[in-house]
Design a protein around this ligand. Structure first.
Ligand code: ASP
Length: 437
């Protein structure tokens, strides 16, 4: 059994969190490859090291001194070193970094130091071999990770050393320069490392006990989802559930590696296990795995008598494409169709989109409604339950939620309803209370 354990920023925020990580790692010898983010917030008023490093770079660019910020960052690392009695010479490495702090230092190199210093300290504390991400995560000139080269280097490191620790979030370009991934990218590093060594499980340790069935800001203490499929996860994330970095799913999914989301502050909780398929079409349980949603969509309705739907719809979609606006849903009528897209994503392009539709599609009428929220009830078990959607709409209706749009994913994994922004929270609560396990 081999497990890759990735610890996010809040899991490595200070000495106390380091201790929790050590307990977790040492409680299972299968955890032989660890990936860490940069130290995050210790409490809600604190700052993430990565944010402070971005701030430093902005100061350098405008020729404003960033000494105070650098000292704050250094103090955070020195505090961890001293509290845990480590020998890594943080001060020395910080002096070297400070000497290079001019506006010529690249932003990627500077912010990558958050993960670097955190990983140096954690590697020593755990007694793991530190392997720099610059020596095992390689980007191609297209800016994408060169998976073949990266896989080989990570595998080689784990073959050579029994226990390895790698900083997440960055790697090296063919030019030798450091490149970071997008924000939250240590999730991707962990996923790529898991795929490289063909791990049995990719554990993603964070500060929640798995994926919650609904947004805790809307539903009071929602339960976490014990098990779900990658397909369900994709639907939930797409509809707004903030879980993992989107790009971290594919590397593990395509190798059939299970992804386990765990809580560093509650290590005995099994968290959420995400797998390719689950054989559980039992009738006893409720049909919905989780609920997610987003506000602020617009519906653009195009009406045209005796419409040639294929042609006119294609023309309209090409217009959305031209303005790089993703279409979320399409509703077809006999002599009309309605396209749903994010109001924010359209921005001011909405006027051009509407005027191009008028010019190209020559409709009798085009009109737009704003303020729509989309709520998705996601659940693999809905396929086996006749009448789920009927009961769901009834419950929403009984609670005064007016449904303006209904869509069911082609694979019956989700039912999506469009409601007024103001009824978003009520819709989520009704679905959570009536239909989750
Ligand atoms: N430290 C980086 C960030 O804050 C990467 C990560 O935490 O995954 O975005």
């Amino acid at each position: 059994m081999l497990k890759v354990a990735k610890f996010g920023g809040s899991s490595v925020a200070g000495p106390r969190q380091f201790e929790k990580v050590k307990n977790i790692v040492e409680s299972d010898p299968a955890r032989r490859l660890v990936v860490v983010s940069a130290a995050g917030k210790r409490d809600k008023d604190d700052h993430k090291i990565t944010d402070l490093l971005y701030l430093c770079h902005a100061h350098l660019m405008y020729g404003v001194s960033c000494d105070d910020i650098v000292n704050t960052i250094e103090d955070r690392f020195v505090e961890i070193k001293e509290a845990l009695n480590l020998s890594y010479d943080v001060k020395n490495d910080f002096e070297a970094l400070k000497a290079r702090l001019t506006k010529d230092i690249s932003v990627d190199e500077l912010v990558s130091r958050g993960e670097y210093f955190t990983a140096r300290l954690m590697a020593e504390y755990l007694g793991f071999q530190f392997v720099d991400a610059a020596d095992c995560f390689f980007f191609g000139l297209d800016g994408q990770i060169d998976r073949e080269k990266t896989d080989a280097a990570i595998k080689e490191a784990l073959d050579k050393y029994e226990k390895v620790l790698i900083p997440g979030f960055y790697g090296k370009l063919p030019t030798g320069r450091i490149k970071t991934m997008s924000r939250g990218g240590s999730d991707i590093s962990g996923a790529i490392a898991s795929a490289a060594v063909d791990a049995d499980v990719y554990e993603n340790w964070t500060d929640v006990s798995g994926i919650l069935m609904a947004d805790p800001r809307i539903v009071n203490e929602p339960k976490s989802i014990a098990k779900l499929t990658y397909a369900e996860l994709r639907e939930l994330s797409f509809m707004g559930a903030s879980v993992l970095h989107e790009e971290s799913i594919l590397p593990v999914k395509e190798r059939g590696i299970a992804l386990n989301i765990r809580n560093t502050n509650e290590p005995e909780h099994p968290g959420t296990m995400i797998v390719e398929s689950i054989d559980d079409n039992s009738q006893g349980e409720k049909p919905i795995t989780g609920i997610a949603g987003r506000k602020n969509f617009s519906i653009i309705t195009v009406c045209k008598r005796n419409i040639n739907i294929n042609e006119t719809l294609c023309q309209a979609l090409a217009i959305f494409d031209r303005y790089k606006v993703n279409v979320e849903h399409i509703n077809l009528g006999l002599d009309s169709f309605a396209v749903v897209a994010s109001t924010t994503a359209m921005g001011d392009s909405v006027y051009d989109i509407a005027s191009d539709i008028k010019k190209t599609c020559r409709p009798d009428r085009v009109y737009m409604q704003e303020g729509l929220a989309l709520v998705a009830a996601v659940g693999r078990k809905m396929t086996f339950r006749p009448g789920t959607s009927g009961r769901l709409f009834k419950a929403l209706g009984e609670n005064g939620v007016n449904i303006r749009i209904i869509a069911q994913g082609a694979d019956e994994l989700s039912i999506i309803v469009g409601v007024e922004n103001e009824q978003f929270e009520t819709a989520i609560k009704v679905l959570y209370e009536g239909f989750t396990e």
